[in-house]
Design a protein around this ligand. Sequence first.
Ligand SMILES: [Zn+2]
Length: 127
Amino acid sequence: MEALNSLLLLLNEPLVQFFLWVAVLYIIAAIFVDRRVSFWISSISATYFWVKTQDPAVALRAWFVVLAVFTVVLIARYLFHMNIVLFLKGKKRCPMCCEEAYRKAKVCPHCHYSFTSESDECREDKF
Ligand SMILES: [Zn+2]
């Protein structure tokens, strides 16, 4: 009950509502277009809706959160050559074909390249 109450309290938070909107729009947009495009469609349209009908300060705070997350991801990518999204999925990129493989895999499931170590992976220095 305690957990449910705190969850309901969280749903009353405008910032959480904003991100729920973005998530719903993202899922709808991802059916029709590429994931990266749907990210922009969902975030920009949610921001537009929020500025028009709700508190613009919430949209501003949400974008601040998004920028903070982007900064962390970019710092990890360029300074530590680490892909946080792949890391959270428990995967790495094959140095031969750059496809995703499980971090503990000894052989790439796509091109059958033999990994020499767990850190043997495709560097992602560019987008
Ligand atoms: Zn491969």
